[in-house]
Design a protein around this ligand. Structure first.
Ligand SMILES: [Zn+2]
Length: 229
């Protein structure tokens, strides 16, 4: 009887980045909007602060992601160049090294040797990249893609409380933005938990709690500034 396994780990990587980006967008922009509104400012200045927060946040997410993924890409490329040099200089040694990796994984020495020999003949660098270094031959890091994805998901997240702030009157803006943002966060947390095979309630509670805390703190700071200013 055949059975089908659903593996989720391959989708967790980009999902986690997408959820983190959108989560950051919602929490930071909603908190900014609530903080500025709590300081008794006009509707226009609340919206202006929200738009500035969206642009600044998206750019900093993109820059941060680009820099961190680029340095990962640099490391991967340096590892691949080192590996290629070592294979060119001592093919036999590298073949034995590969065979030992398969032996450690439970393959019989004679078969491990044969497998290593055939894989080295077929694509020596690819085999070492995959089985020794743990990356695909062309590297896993895509800095531009990661930066765009991060900025894009942040922007989508940030646009949600901003649209709410735009359509509701300024005197009821704080409760509307707060409640709607918590609902967005709970939805996001549930989707991420569901896709990752984790309990939905835990996922939703986790992001909602931190979102609520961030909004409450900035509302408090905004109120203090509103009184002082
Ligand atoms: Zn090697």
């Amino acid at each position: 009887m055949s059975h089908e396994e659903i593996h989720r780990s391959h989708r967790v990587g980009w999902l986690r980045a997408a959820v983190l980006g959108a989560n950051d967008g919602i929490v930071s922009t909603a908190s900014l909007i609530i903080g500025v509104a709590a300081a008794n400012t006009t509707h226009d200045s609340v919206l202006l602060a929200g738009v500035a927060g969206l642009v600044a946040g998206a750019m900093s997410m993109a820059a941060g992601e680009y820099v961190s993924v680029s340095s990962q890409s640099d490391t991967e490329n340096a590892d691949l160049a080192l590996e290629k040099k070592s294979i060119d200089e001592d093919f036999e040694f590298e073949k034995d090294e590969l065979a030992k990796i398969y032996e450690k994984r439970g393959v019989k020495p004679s078969l491990a040797q044969k497998v290593a020999e055939q894989l080295m003949e077929h694509d020596a660098l690819g085999a070492h990249a995959r089985d020794e270094i743990g990356i695909s031959e062309n590297g896993n890091a895509r800095p531009v893609q990661a930066a765009l994805a991060s900025a894009g998901t942040f922007t989508i997240g940030a646009a949600l409380p901003l649209v709410v702030a735009w359509v509701v009157p300024v005197d009821s803006l704080i409760p509307y933005v707060a409640v709607s943002s918590l609902i967005f966060l709970a939805l996001l947390g549930s989707i991420a938990a569901r896709a990752g095979g984790a309990p939905i309630a835990v996922g939703a509670t986790r992001v909602t709690f931190w979102g609520a805390l961030a909004m409450a703190l900035t509302a408090g700071v905004g109120q203090i500034f509103g009184v002082v200013a």
